[in-house]
Design a protein around this ligand. Sequence first.
Ligand code: COA
Length: 147
Amino acid sequence: MTDVLAYEVRRVRGEEEMAAALELRHDVFCVEQGVPMREELDGRDGEALHLVAVSDGDLLATCRLLFVGPTVQFSRLAVRRDARRQGIATALLKLADDETRAGGARRLVLHAQTYARSLYDAAGYLPRGRVFMEAGIEHVAMEKQLP
Ligand SMILES: CC(C)(COP(=O)(O)OP(=O)(O)OC[C@H]1O[C@@H](n2cnc3c(N)ncnc32)[C@H](O)[C@@H]1OP(=O)(O)O)[C@@H](O)C(=O)NCCC(=O)NCCS
């Protein structure tokens, strides 16, 4: 029988957890995917809402929401390699919807890496525009209007 990973998704709590989230982003984006550090750390983290997935004190995943008027810019979604394909990113996308509504916004936009597009398709995002390169990685813009 396969063990099911028990975790919770919620807002980041405290400086230590935020540091762990930034470390995970560094490992995933800069080390694993080769994104330059100056692009990963774009200076906007201080104004963002950060969400995390945590299991038994271990930080498994993170993402970031930037409220810009009625729109939320969703980004920096990273799941620890050994915790992937267990629905954690999907759970963070669901929480992002809830946080968007709670913050008074109704629309989310993001740049999806094309290899993972089905993640966002399944969460109700629609593509807009052409495929483009960002940080050397193929992306497509996607958006979701909340009912
Ligand atoms: C992409 C990423 C966030 C997905 O996280 P995850 O927790 O594994 O995603 P989920 O388990 O919720 O996956 C849900 C669905 O998304 C799709 N998906 C997820 N990872 C995928 C992959 N590597 N390749 C293709 N489809 C993928 C699948 O349809 C999957 O359903 P399935 O497992 O039943 O086939 C994770 O692989 C990651 O951190 N990658 C490196 C960083 C990155 O690419 N971030 C996204 C930037 S847009």
